[in-house]
Design a protein. Structure first.
Lengths: 446, 320
């Protein structure tokens, strides 16, 4: 009689629970549900505005009447729909998907690949009957079949009266690679989130800086304290029409002894990479102007950004009396070398170009220099090498997954030749290939 | 003849050819005739060439890859749809492919040629962000993947129409279900005995001649849809990866959840779900095709909808 293998009474509740959890995680329907849930959560993040202050959600999603009867500002904030992609539940969905991927690879894909490698000859005509694509021909021509199949790119195994041919077994490796690559990308993303940081610095041309203004950092992130950066020069190239063509920063990396370690001129799309740090050119500004009044010493006046209806400007207050009791406003628009002067009543007094001297309010104003500052973004993401490895594997994996694993069996049984075949993906193409094969086998006379 | 006149000519002939193809395929579905069918294929091939010529003329005229505005992008998509239509026909030799895909190609061409105002049809200077070879590669691969996914999902809709009210067993998936002989052949007694698991049955009568069991029309459509989506999915993956790598090189972040990016990811998830639904026991039959049909809409939102969302509309306004 049947002997009990694993009777339910011997398994502890914990073991049962573990087995059931594993079974659920490995269930394809659960994986599909996860994919669709992640898709729905992602959609919500493109429909509900992300990253706005709480007041925005209270104003745009009022309590009454609630949108669709339930979608209120407080609900959005409570469930984190104002930052969907960083909520614990969204990350949990991604991690569950990762677990489901791993289990699926271990429980299904790997055994399926092993099974595909364990091929076997068909030795009895009955074995062909289960295949949809199978045929019985009055022919004695196993060698012709062998030649034809080799011609079609099949790898062959031949015994005396039977043969097995296959191609596209890499199509069974593809999905495994895809799953492995997704896990690698996920691991890289987690590593980056835990150990990476993002900083922004606005640095006047000619000055040095260390990484201070960190905007985002993972719990295990460490900004390098032993590096100093010097902005040797920052400049902008303008098109003949006066539009910005490109920003450039010439940057030197120095160690604590001021020894230069690296130097590069960066611009948008061409960052400086040094020991896992990447410095991007992202912004620019004006830090100061240098002027001289009559024969005074050279003053360096700091400028501040001001937003006017005509756009972004930088302004400085220019004293015209030694006791600072009176002054003018100096406005700059860009680094092209022109400044505009206004009196305290806001009347336009004149424009001055770099190097020129302008008589104004009984003084000679000499504009010596306009100093730009460069806006740099400094990023460290130790996860990137892993993510890129994952990307490479993923591209290879999805491409291989298009291949169809085709197998053909043939058996010579007396005066009859039995042929059968199957493939996992490209049924249409394989059907044509198989029928084509049948047509090319000459029937023997007699 | 100057390039602009040539473009107008090609634009109009692409539309006329696709309209002709639509009529030919639909007539061919109503009154099957080999002539109608091969005429349909020829017409689509000509339309494909006309669109290629149109894009090439604009490339010559503007001096850069013609994907600078909606008009060019729509024609590129229509070119992709006709390309995958021709591939699908070559795989299947089925007259039903054109019945489903010709309306899609015609619709896209009509939208571009007839309903876009003429100032939107002018070749525009490339925005600075697009002045990069990496980005051109990313955009063109994404467009090709949209085209393949649209063709694949419209074929899934055709499959749903053909099989309405029937239970069906899918052919083709990574695990290879459906390669086995259906039991309708088991009406012949001896066939039922040849099961590989038992395998001990002794045949008391001579076996009838074994002959291949061909795919039915529905199975053909289904497998074709699966294969074309199977082409679109790797293209989508490679397109997304190319975009991510480029974004990381340029801005230092390979993923930033902007709406376009997110919708590309959503498209990827929906078609990944489709591919997995095919190998799920109990979910075979029409259910994966329903998912693929939803994918048709998702591709359109990803391609056009996101841009409309991004125009500062109240995002919950027209969309839901």
């Amino acid at each position: 009689m049947a002997s009990p293998t694993a009777s339910p009474s011997t398994a502890s509740p914990l073991q049962t629970w573990q087995r059931e959890t594993l079974a659920l995680l490995a269930d394809l329907r659960f994986a599909i549900l996860l994919l669709l849930l992640i898709a729905l959560a992602s959609i919500s993040g493109t429909v509900i505005e992300q990253g706005e202050p709480p007041a925005f959600y209270h104003a745009n999603y009022p309590e009454r009447p609630a949108l669709f009867g339930f979608l209120t500002g407080s609900l959005i904030l409570q469930l984190g729909f104002d930052h969907v992609y960083r909520t614990w539940w969204f990350l949990a969905l991604l991690i569950l998907l990762g677990l489901s991927l791993s289990l699926c690879t271990l429980r299904r894909q790997w055994p399926a690949l092993k099974a595909a490698q364990n091929w076997r000859y068909y030795t009895r005509p009955q074995q062909f009957q289960k295949l949809a694509l199978s045929a019985e021909l009055p022919a004695r021509d196993l060698s012709t079949v062998e030649t034809l199949l080799r011609h079609k790119g099949y790898a062959l195994h031949r015994a005396d009266h039977t043969l097995y041919a296959r191609k596209g077994i890499l199509g069974r490796v593809g999905p495994i690679l895809v799953h492995a690559s997704l896990l690698t990308i996920l691991a890289g993303a987690i590593l980056g989130a835990m150990t990476g940081f993002l900083a922004q610095e606005m640095v006047p041309s000619g000055e040095r800086f260390t990484i201070q203004n960190i905007l985002q950092a993972g719990p295990w992130a460490q900004a390098p304290a032993n590096l100093t950066f010097q902005v040797n020069r920052f400049w902008i190239d303008y098109t003949p029409k006066g539009d910005i063509d490109q920003f450039y920063s010439d940057i030197t990396v120095l160690d604590t002894q001021d020894t230069p370690l690296d130097r590069k001129t960066i611009h948008v799309n061409l960052p400086l990479r040094f020991r896992g740090l990447t410095l991007y050119q992202t912004d620019w500004g004006i830090s100061a102007v240098r002027v001289q009044l009559n024969n005074s010493p050279i003053f360096e006046l700091p400028v501040r950004p001001v937003t006017l209806s005509a756009g972004r400007f930088w302004g400085a207050w220019l004293p015209t009396r030694p006791d600072l009791s009176q002054g003018l406003t100096l406005l700059l628009r860009d680094l092209q070398g022109q400044a505009f002067l206004y009196n305290p009543q806001g009347q336009f007094l004149g424009a001055i170009r770099l190097g020129e001297t302008l008589p104004i309010e009984g003084l000679n104003l000499h504009l010596i220099d306009i100093l730009g500052s460069t806006g740099l973004q400094i990023k460290s993401d130790p996860g990137v090498p892993l993510v890129y490895t994952g990307f490479a594997l993923l591209m290879v994996g999805v491409a291989l997954s298009y291949l169809s694993h085709s197998q053909i069996w043939a058996l010579q049984d007396g005066d009859y030749l039995y042929l059968g075949g199957r493939t996992n993906r490209a049924q249409l193409t394989f059907e044509r290939e198989f029928l084509d094969l049948l047509n090319q086998i000459p029937a023997h006379s007699g | 003849m100057d390039l602009v006149t040539l473009q107008n000519l090609l634009d109009n002939s692409a539309f006329a050819l696709l309209l002709g193809a639509l009529i030919l395929y639909w007539l061919g579905a109503a009154w099957p005739a080999a002539l109608l069918n091969s005429l349909g294929t020829t017409t689509v091939a000509l339309a494909n060439l006309a669109i290629a010529g149109l894009l090439a003329a604009r490339w010559l005229e503007a001096g850069y890859f013609p994907l600078s505005n909606l008009y060019e992008s729509l024609f590129f998509l229509a070119w992709g749809v006709t390309l995958f239509h021709l591939i699908a026909e070559a795989i299947s030799h089925s007259r039903l492919v054109g019945v489903a895909t010709a309306p899609v190609a015609l619709g896209i061409t009509a939208f571009a040629a007839l309903s876009l105002p003429s100032e939107m049809q002018q070749s525009a200077p490339l925005v600075p962000a697009l002045k990069s070879n990496w980005l051109m590669m990313h955009v063109s691969i994404m467009m090709l993947s949209y085209a393949a996914l649209l063709v694949g999902s419209v074929l899934a809709m055709a499959f749903l129409v053909v099989t309405r009210g029937q239970a069906i067993d899918l052919k083709g998936s990574s695990i290879g279900n459906g390669a086995y002989r259906l039991t309708r052949a088991a009406a012949i007694p001896s066939l039922a005995l040849g099961d590989s698991a038992g395998g001990t049955a002794v045949l008391t009568q001579a076996p009838p001649t074994l002959s291949p069991q061909r795919l039915t029309l529905a199975e053909t459509l289904d497998n074709l849809s699966y294969r074309v989506i199977g082409l679109g999915f790797p293209l989508l993956t490679i397109g997304i990866v190319a975009g991510a790598v480029w974004a990381n090189e340029a801005w230092g972040s390979y993923w930033s959840w902007d709406p376009k990016e997110t919708w590309a990811f959503i498209t990827w998830l929906v078609f990944a779900a489709y591919l997995h639904a095919r190998i799920t026991r109990g979910w075979q039959g029409r259910r994966p095709a329903v998912l693929a049909s939803i994918g048709f809409g998702v591709v359109w939102v990803c391609y056009l909808g996101v841009n409309l969302l991004g125009k500062g509309l109240h995002s919950y306004g027209w969309f839901l």
